[in-house]
Every structure is written in structure tokens, then in C-alpha cells.
Design a protein around this ligand. Sequence first.
Ligand SMILES: [Zn+2]
Length: 466
Amino acid sequence: MTRKDVDTLIKNAFVITMNPRREMIERGAVAITGTRIVAVGPTDELMRSHSARHQIDAQGGIVHPGFIDTHVHFMNAARGAFPDTMDLSTSMNIYRQWWDGVDDEDEYASSLLNCIEMLSNGTTCFLEAGTVHNPHAAAEAAERVGMRGFVGDPFLWDMPAAPGVHVMSRAPRALDRSLSLLGSQLKRNSKPDGLVRGCVVLFGLGSASDELVRTAKRIADENNAIFSQHQSFGPNDAAADERRLGKRALCHFADIDVLGHNCTFSHMNDLSGDEMAMVRQAGMSVAWCPGTAMTLATGATVKGPHLHMHRDGVNTALASDGANSACRYDIGLQGLLALLASRERTQKRDSFSAEDVMELATVNGARALGMAHEIGSLEVGKRADIVIRSTDLPEAQPGVDPLQTLVYCCGSKSVASVLVNGETVWSAGRPRRIEAAQIYELARKSTDRMWTKLGLSRQSRWPIVQ
Ligand SMILES: [Zn+2]
């Protein structure tokens, strides 16, 4: 038998394929040529039928599709800018001043740091929530590191800010400015092999007029792109929407026909029964941010609609959201939080399983970003975005049930290597294309500049002795 030449063969792995049959292959292998997967099966079989220029021995470790973060803000250089107990509106105003004060260099540094943090935790694709003024800097950082992602246009909004909210001078709330920018990142989609693609993003949370929302949805439809925005974070913005629109926001959006399968709205913590029905009917996706909901003490993981929507067939994916709320840009952590919160809420162990975590983190994330045909599972023809886990740590032993071990015990500690487009971009605790120390230095300098610019000082509740 003639053996087929391939570039890379990952062998001796416990392969969690996430294919439609959810097959897991003991002593499995994945063959890669170029950027795509060309074979998945038992190691013995693939070794007989393929000749690989490069072999990676997973030594029994788990191999699974890269995790997908469906809503992030590239601003982790802002970590620690305010105490973790500060009230939400005050801390959001510091964020807005931070967003207003950054320059291209700051955004590039923060984007690099975000990308390597996500890779280190097994995330291979992200959607930035339209909160970098220079999307090109964010895209350049992702490409430099070798990560897949989506960027939109910055801070698109046209409704006046609420009293007391810091008004961002760099991103005036205006319809003409928003319309002139809207869709400009979609030009990235003309390159089918490009790592960074464009999507349509509004800031959301009641900050856009119907005209702006309608135009965003139309442009997304015309370009076969995703339309994303923040929505219904909590009772305050949901009630403000209801006062302004005369009905619940999602019901209004259904009325003006801006919901559809290409919509992925983030948070969605406060929805009525009617709104949940609209979401399901539209076939849209939800970016669930359990870390943010819990860190900011919203009550949304015990009262919110996510578990119900997920069980009701709404495509629910996971997201990290912000630097001071996500805990970490770590989809495995977000999945574990979703699981724990769902069980605590229902007091039923079968309400949310380790398998649910894997589905939300991979195939559901891929669908939420309109990439179900390209990523989210290890199947022939898909992009080789792959995480290889180590068994060489106490939490990975004895490893009788690898999937449970992964979700509950190992977490990100077990990430050994990460491939994007068939290229190893993370291994041995380091990014492969760029020195981590170089990124840390850029990020530290950016943080120093920003703290000086905004007059921030460290506020420790405990005395710090020099
Ligand atoms: Zn957000």
C-alpha cells in the first residue's frame, strides 16, 4: 500500500474529536497537511497509511479542538486598575477612561498579551468585542502570535451616554461616524486563509439607534458575517431598554427584524420568557460569560437564562469578556464555572455535564462565530486548530476518564502544545513565534504609561511594606 505523505502526525493521543457522533479515540492520531486535518483515526492505522515529515507523540495525552472565546476585550494591561470590590458603575468609568486614553502601541501590547494568554489556556480563536480603536493593531498582534480571531469596528454607538458616564472623546457617539466605520473590517474576509477575519460589532447595551442596529444587521447579512453586540447585561440596562423601546429589547429586535442565525449577542443575563422564545426562534447564538457574571456579583448564573436556553436548543457558547472580570482569559475555566453554577442553581448533578462544557467550548463556539465548517472539531477537511494536553501532572492521574479529568481537574495546567492552522504556536509554556518576555515588557510599559496618564494608584486593602 502506498503511504500518503502528510506534514504532521499527532500520535498516541486520546483524541476527543467533537465530531457529530462525539467519538473519542483511544490511542488515536490526527494527520495534518498544510493548514488542514487530512485524517483522524487509530494511531496504528494512520501510521500504516501515512508517512509524516514530522511526528508529535502525545504520550497518551488528550488531543482536542482548540477552544473558542466568543467575546473578549483586548485590555488585560488594565488588570488591577481598580480594587476588585469597586462598584460596577465606578469601575466601568475607569474602563471607559482607559479605552479613551490608549494609543496604538498600548492596544498592540495588550492584544499580544491577550493572545498568548488565550493560547496558553488552549484557546485558538476569539472574537474581540469592538473595543480596540485600532483593529489593525489587534489583528496584527494575533497574526504575529499565530492565533485565529475576529475583529470589528471600534465603539460603534449613536445614543447619548447616561448621566455620570464618562464620554469617550476618541469614539464620539454619533450615527454618521458609526455608519462610516461599520463593516470596514469585513475586507479581511476576502482572504480565505487569513487568520484574522472581520465581523460586524456594535457596543450594544442600548447605545445604538434602530437605524444603526438595522444597518449593522443588513451589512452582516450581505457579507455573510457575524453580527455581535453586548445585550441585556443586567436588570438596569434591560429596564432602560424597556422604557425606551416600550417593550423588552429582544422582542423589539424581533419586531424590527434584526435577529437571525448570524447574531451572537454577549451576556444576555436578563431575559424574559418571551425574549428567550425570540432568541430560540431566530436561531441566534449566545456568548455566555459566567466569570464576569459571578465576579461582578450580578446573580445571573443563579437567575439568568443560559442553562434554560442551552437545554432549549439555543446555541450557547462561552466567553471570557473583560480583564478585571473574567479572572482569566480561559475558556476551560469559564466552562467549569458554567457547570458549577448550573448544578448549584438546579441542585441537580445532571443539569450540566463535562460533555456540555466541551460542546460549548468547541462546536458551539465555532457555530457562534459562523465557523462551524472550519473549526470546532477534529474532522477531515477542517483547520488544524488543536490542543495537546500533558498527562505529566498529578491532576491528570490516573486518567481513567480523560474527559472528566480534563474538565474538572487538569484545566489549563495541562496544556502542552497548541496548533493553529497546523503550526505549533505554543509549547513548553511559551509562544513559539515571539518571545514572551518581549510581550511582558511591552505590556508593563503600557500599563505604567496608562496609570500615569489616568492618575491611577495602587489601592491595596493590606499594607504593602517596601
Ligand atoms: Zn464585554
